[in-house]
Design a protein around this ligand. Structure first.
Ligand code: PMP
Length: 367
């Protein structure tokens, strides 16, 4: 007996799924509208194109006919690993390339957590960590962060997690954790400490020097934000060779495609271009912060490529979000967390985009 979809009656895929998967709500990514005309300030993408050398490297990889695509890519993303190692003054054995840093985060959860090895994170921070832990049947130990970005470092060291995600700068707050605090946690936390540095290129500070001292530290990096390559999916982890070797055992054998590998390696070579891009974004960020603050908004001090900003009462985040959306400007609102509920997270676009955003946001908040 079949129902109208052609499936056997009584078939229930959910009942057949593993308990962890059946009970885990999916991660909700920011909206990616399919129609044109939007000012997208909702997923922390970069408003500038990738470096010309990156575009050239992708074209070269593709060739005239695309014939290279017949062949599998380098399984270990070797040229990209070497480029990342050179960039950070490390060895290729310290690097694992991922299909975006989300891939790397997933590999870390699979390699270092299970039902008796919990994960930990700052709360609020990147909500994907909770989803990945849940899918792997691991508990999540949450250490609260206040709206100034403050938290109890001893609570991190003692939370009982086997794998802890320290997001620096924090997302969605944008606030940076001082490197002395990261160091103190690395020295005392007994498990794997992941410092998620998705936004670190905008802050100018990083935990790379800690890798020489602490074999339990793993740093994750992405090309999606500072390098304008969100559409290609490239990221990597830096860590001790024995940690990287474990992650290598878990990953797909060909986890990065040819174009992503070529683009990532070229991007790390285009330092001057990206220094200019990052400087322009930091400038637009600070100008937007000043403009909103001058009109009574509360804006957290950001070291990232986004700001967390609350409109002055009686305007509300939900009201301004809706007013902006009606003008085809997309930002992000996280209404379910008490710390973030009064705020909007606004990705930093080009100076011109930020002028358009600020004019619309100030109008919306004044109504
Ligand atoms: N970490 C944090 C803190 C992020 O905000 C993001 C972007 N959503 C990522 C990692 C993932 O970046 P990607 O997978 O694009 O490299």
């Amino acid at each position: 007996m079949n129902d109208t979809s052609g499936h056997a009656l009584g078939f229930d895929a959910g009942a057949l799924a593993s308990a962890a998967i059946a009970s885990q709500p999916a991660y909700a990514p920011g909206e990616q509208p399919s129609d044109g005309g939007w000012l997208k300030l909702n997923t922390n993408e970069n408003p500038f194109p990738p470096a010309p050398a990156v575009v050239e490297a992708v074209r070269r990889e593709l060739g005239e006919t695309g014939a290279s695509l017949r062949l599998y890519p380098s399984p270990g993303s070797n040229a990209l690993r070497e480029a990342a190692a050179r960039f950070h003054g490390l060895t290729p054995g310290n690097v694992l390339a991922g299909n975006g840093s989300d891939d790397v985060l997933n590999l870390l959860v699979r390699a270092f957590s299970d039902s008796s090895k919990p994960c930990g994170m700052l709360d609020p921070s990147y909500s994907l960590y909770t989803v990945l832990a849940g899918l792997n049947g691991a508990r999540m130990m949450a250490v609260p962060v206040d709206i100034e970005g403050r938290f109890d470092a001893d609570a991190v060291s003692g939370c009982g997690a086997n794998l802890f995600f320290l997001t620096n700068p924090n997302a969605p707050l944008g606030v940076a954790i001082p490197q002395e605090t990261v160091r103190a946690i690395a020295a005392r936390f007994p498990g794997i400490l992941v410092v998620d540095e998705a936004y670190a290129p905008f802050s100018g500070a990083d935990a790379v020097p800690l890798l020489r001292e602490f074999p339990n530290v793993v740093i994750t990096r992405t090309f999606s934000k500072a390098y304008s390559l969100a559409g290609l999916r490239v990221g990597y982890a830096l860590g001790a060779p024995e940690v990287i070797a474990l992650l290598d055992r878990v990953r797909d054998s060909y986890n990065l495609d040819r174009l992503a590998q070529a683009a990532g390696a070229a991007a790390l070579g285009a330092r001057d271009y990206y220094a200019g891009v990052i400087e322009a974004i930091r400038l637009a960020r600070d100008q937007t912060t000043d403009r909103l603050r001058a009109s009574g908004w509360r804006v957290l001090p950001s070291q990232a490529n986004f700001i967390l900003a609350a409109p002055p009462p009686p305007a509300t985040a939900a009201g301004v979000f809706a007013a902006l959306k009606s003008r085809k400007i997309l930002v992000r609102h996280f209404p379910r967390h008490p710390v973030t509920a009064p705020f909007l997270r606004i990705s930093i676009g080009s100076p011109e985009e930020m002028r358009r955003f600020a004019t619309a946001a100030l109008e919306a908040a004044a109504i």
